[in-house]
Design a protein around this ligand. Structure first.
Ligand SMILES: Nc1ncnc2c1ncn2[C@@H]1O[C@H](COP(=O)(O)OP(=O)(O)OP(=O)(O)O)[C@@H](O)[C@H]1O
Ligand SMILES: [Mg+2]
Length: 266
């Protein structure tokens, strides 16, 4: 990744903490969807957010991406307060959310879709890059090919997106997110609606991606959560109920009562 002057200085990282919230709160009228959440995400880790429907998981993501402004509290990304920044500014900073909705052009090829995402970043967010890349169409294509290899779609680079399988389309969405060159990738239910085989492939892909990118997932499948997470955050009615390793979370009595149903998992 090339470093430009518009990016926060990586030396501002505090102890490997990439994202930090303090007292983060979001109210919708009388409803407190996210309630006084203080949370640290360590660089290079896979983090899962779990909790029952309506717990505030997606709202927390929407605060991270700038879709919602905090009612109170702060969010720091790489040591810089990002509360109140616009969504496109936060993407340029390096927080990217992968959408499970179809946000690609189905008439274009897999490669063209990723190339567009690469170019959008270069032209939209890094004007100096645009000047440098002007006249060179090869480089975004090369970068797009590299991203497609990372998500195992190299073989279908020339296939129209409309003709990809469901699992491949979801991988294309991940590729489009990676084309934005994130430091922190947010995925809301990345395996939702997938077959067991597609789920297995996607979980494998997620662990590969995590070698370069810090991940935060919202995931309902407890087997996946316990398997791939370094750290888990449990939300309940807007609050952070518990935070810890999979072992710690499985042994936490409050979590057992509120969420895992009280019984033994094994
Ligand atoms: N834009 C909004 N306006 C008003 N209320 C909202 C808005 N977004 C979310 N809420 C409410 O905030 C609460 C938390 O919702 P959120 O979508 O964050 O939960 P969640 O944990 O992602 O749930 P799920 O597991 O069902 O996806 C819910 O009561 C929801 O109805
Ligand atoms: Mg949700």
């Amino acid at each position: 990744m090339t470093t430009t002057t518009t990016e926060p200085n990586p030396t501002e990282f505090e102890g490997g903490i990439v994202l930090e919230t303090n007292g983060l709160t979001k109210k919708f009228g009388a409803l407190t969807a996210v309630d006084d959440v203080s949370l640290e995400i360590e660089s290079g880790t896979i983090n899962s957010i779990i909790g029952p429907n309506g717990a505030g998981k997606t709202t927390l993501f929407n605060l991270f991406t700038g879709k919602h402004e905090p009612t109170s509290g702060s969010i720091k990304f790489r040591g810089v307060d990002i509360g109140g920044r616009k969504p496109h500014e936060i993407v340029a900073d390096g927080i990217v959310r992968s959408y499970q909705i179809t946000n690609f052009f189905s008439e274009l090829t897999t490669l063209e879709n990723v190339r567009l995402a690469t170019q959008a970043r270069q032209t939209g967010f890094r004007p100096t890059d645009f000047v440098r890349h002007h006249g060179s169409v090869q480089e975004p294509i090369d970068e797009a090919r590299r991203v497609l290899e990372r998500v195992h779609l190299g073989d279908v680079a020339q296939r129209r997106a409309a003709n990809l399988s469901y699992g491949q389309r979801r991988h294309l969405e991940i590729a489009i997110s990676l084309a934005a060159d994130p430091d922190l990738l947010l995925m809301d239910e990345p395996t939702a609606g997938m077959s067991p085989e597609e789920t297995r492939e996607t979980v494998e892909l997620i662990t590969e991606i995590a070698e370069d990118v810090t991940l935060v997932l919202i995931e309902h499948d407890m087997e996946i959560v316990m398997d791939i997470s370094d750290r888990i955050a449990v939300m309940n009615m807007g609050s952070l109920l518990a935070r810890g390793t999979p072992e710690e979370i499985q042994q936490d009595d409050r979590v057992q009562e509120a969420y895992l149903g009280g019984g033994d998992r094994d």
